[in-house]
Design a protein around this ligand. Structure first.
Ligand SMILES: NC(=O)c1ccc[n+]([C@@H]2O[C@H](COP(=O)([O-])OP(=O)(O)OC[C@H]3O[C@@H](n4cnc5c(N)ncnc54)[C@H](O)[C@@H]3O)[C@@H](O)[C@H]2O)c1
Length: 436
């Protein structure tokens, strides 16, 4: 600190982080924002959450969590201690010292980035921006978003980045339903617009997250997240193609993968399935593909993996039709039970779930589709409106074919195998359960 308490905004903010007097603002209290808010509260900060959805805000202020990974008891603990509250009033964005933006980044119908939520949140921050604030974008997006989209808007206030206010990008890596890795113990990448931005952001997040990984620019941080998700998409696409190859060769793909995975180096195990779902893997790579199209470059791996993964529901529905055919039945009028509709096991999220495509493709062929999912009692998405049927010997026997789309843990796969007239197992769930 320089003489006579004349510390600059950066030092003042770092000091407020150290003594926990800094107020943390989180914009967007969903799968990413709420766990992050709880981590800052756990670290001893007061946290003010912002969300446009009054149902979300009222629920949280009444200590009800809408996110499976955050127990209501944790919201209640921090709420009662005065460390957490939520509001729909974005005019209060001048209050927090730190603002983390965790709003959705979906794709448009033409698979182009829809950054309208980021722009809206930036405009709200801009309207209240004051000296000394740190603004961090957490939403997954294309490289350049923080510098090209947010920085000009925020500097239009007359405040200067790196000296008056600070701007950084730090991608969220939360893996919903993962019992081992959470917001606190997953290393967090941080890139700042300036060195001071990065220093302040590292000081803030370092107070709540175990390990930080600083990188030299916001573009690098933005690209890290997209590389991670593209890596998954491409490798899942590869094993999905291998599943089709093995089917045609009459070889068991699972045996091949398990044996390949015994190689102690140079191989990483990915497993085939019905396709990819969730807010990340099917969407994020397209952000980079779009950005590169603007630079006249076509990202071929991204597009090929996306195509293969998107075709998997069609492949598995064809297997259902084959099974019915074996039994002299047509798809039209046959009863098909879909087991699991969440996009992955042990969670309740159906966004972009391949089960939605499987249901639609079966219904398109005239099948009578029911589903069971212990985590999703009601499925209302993309024109589908169904209620989960109980899983019993009777419901299994009533189906002409059962297709396992999501391998939730708490399903009796022995019962499923014994009671199904025909079974299509996209996840290898039955043999895995039997070997345990
Ligand atoms: N879900 C995941 O597993 C995951 C993991 C890593 C990264 N991400 C990324 O994090 C971002 C957020 O994803 P999510 O799954 O948490 O989304 P979400 O839909 O669960 O939550 C977003 C919240 O933001 C609110 N919101 C939207 N616009 C707002 C605005 N202008 N002001 C205030 N609140 C606003 C919505 O009401 C919603 O509650 C996305 O970019 C996503 O790609 C998600």
């Amino acid at each position: 600190m320089s003489a006579a308490g004349a510390a600059g905004p950066a030092e003042q903010l770092v000091q407020r982080v150290e003594d926990r007097s800094a107020l943390i603002g989180i914009v967007g209290l969903g799968y990413v924002g709420l766990p992050l808010a709880m981590e800052f509260a756990r670290a001893g900060f007061r946290v003010l959450g912002f969300d446009l959805n009054p149902g979300v805000v009222d629920g949280l202020n009444a200590h009800r969590s809408h996110i499976q990974d955050v127990p209501s008891g944790v919201v209640a603990e921090h709420g009662k201690a005065g460390r957490f509250g939520a509001t729909t009033d974005l005019k209060r964005l001048g209050e927090p010292d730190v603002i983390s933006i965790c709003v959705p980044t979906p794709l448009s119908k033409t698979k182009d980035p829809d950054v309208s939520y980021v722009i809206a949140a930036t405009d709200s921050v801009k309207a209240a921006l004051r000296r000394g604030q740190l603004v961090v974008l957490e939403s997954t997006t294309y490289p350049g978003t923080t510098r090209e989209l947010m920085l000009p808007a925020l500097e239009a206030t007359g405040l200067k980045v790196g000296s008056d206010f600070f701007l950084a990008f730090s991608p969220e890596r939360v893996d919903p339903g993962n019992p081992t890795w959470n917001t606190r113990n997953t290393p967090k990448v941080v890139g700042g617009i300036t060195a001071a931005c990065r220093r302040v952001a590292v000081a803030v997040y370092g107070a709540a997250v175990d390990r930080l990984v600083p990188v030299t620019s916001t573009e690098a941080a933005e690209l890290v997240k997209i590389l991670e998700n593209t890596f998954r998409s491409v490798n899942i696409g590869l094993v999905n193609e291998m599943a089709i190859v093995c089917d045609k060769l009459g070889v068991d793909v699972w045996e091949v993968i398990e044996a390949a995975a015994t190689k102690p180096f140079g191989f990483m195990k990915f497993t085939p399935g019905p396709g990819v779902g969730g807010h990340c893997i099917p969407l994020d790579p397209h952000y980079l593909a779009w950005k590169m199209r603007t630079l006249n470059y076509r990202t071929r791996f991204i597009e090929l993996a996306g195509e293969i993964n998107a075709e998997m529901p069609e492949y598995w529905v064809a297997r259902v039709v084959d099974q019915l055919n074996e039994r002299g039945k047509a798809a039209r009028g046959s009863a098909v039970l879909v087991l699991g509709v969440a996009y992955k096991k042990d969670i309740d999220d159906v966004r972009e779930s391949p089960a939605l495509d499987v249901i639609r493709l079966l219904a398109h062929r005239g099948a009578v589709v029911h589903y069971h999912d212990p985590h999703v009692p009601r499925l209302r998405a993309d024109g589908i409106d169904l209620a989960s049927v109980p899983l019993s010997e009777a419901t299994l026997r009533a189906a002409d074919c059962v297709i396992i789309v999501t391998d939730h843990s708490n399903i009796d796969y022995g019962l499923v195998a014994r009671s199904s007239a025909a079974l299509v197992d996209t996840r290898h769930a039955v043999p895995r359960a039997a070997s345990h």
